[in-house]
Ligand binder design. Sequence first.
Ligand code: NDP
Length: 244
Amino acid sequence: MSKVALITGGTRGIGKQIAITLANEGYDIAVNYRTENDDLKSTEKEIKSKNVDFIGVQGDVSVFEDTERFVKEVIDKYGKIDVVVNNAGITRDTLLMRMKKEDFESVINVNLTGTFNVTKNVIPYMMKAHSGRIINISSVVGIAGNAGQTNYSASKAGIIGFTKSLAKEVASRNILVNAVAPGFIETAMTDVLKDEVKEEIAKSIPLKRMGKAEDVANVVKFLASDDSSYITGQVINIDGGMLM
Ligand code: NDP
């Protein structure tokens, strides 16, 4: 029986690449999406072309009831979830002096509370199965901080604390919980940066380039696999050497 992976925010960017990479490994794929659009259709087509099963489940990860419903939709279809990738995330960048309360709350609600909401609904099934992998997408700025991102950095640092605490809670049930901390990865999220800024960033990275979604997806693939069965509570940086 194939393993089942649920990826939140999986119709574009890093999430889509994770879904494709895990599909290449033979996982059946459940992709959570917030917005029904062409991205969803193209993701579905690409995944199905790999001869694995696909289900798209709509829902806003920041709304607990949505996550309750869409996790159940996945369980109703496959009877289990082997791997969860908490990938959905947003930015609302600005200096604290200018940041509105809503900018802070929305980022925390999607990135951090969303990770809680999805995990909380999946964990009972993993506990029963005595197995599971939870992989949370943090960020280097959750470790190092970044001017203009107090909200985002707080959410990503929160994910690291969440990851380590949960890893301790569920290790005895053979559920492994890890996080990855990407640096600057080429997606819509970083596309808003001006070209000059991107060039400056690339220059400051030891490997002299921004990362690609594949760079993140390949580490997620490893953390989902049997090859990482003695790793839990860790944060793996995928940043071309930005943080050492
Ligand atoms: P994108 O903006 O390209 O994609 C984000 C995805 O999250 C979209 O599919 C989006 O769906 C989904 N999403 C946003 N809010 C919600 C929500 N409330 N409920 C469900 N889905 C939602 O970002 P990236 O691919 O770049 O980022 C993916 C993850 O990686 C994020 O957690 C991000 O913080 C993290 N990351 C990214 C880095 C980078 O440099 N790109 C660096 C470090 C971390 P929709 O299409 O509906 O908007």
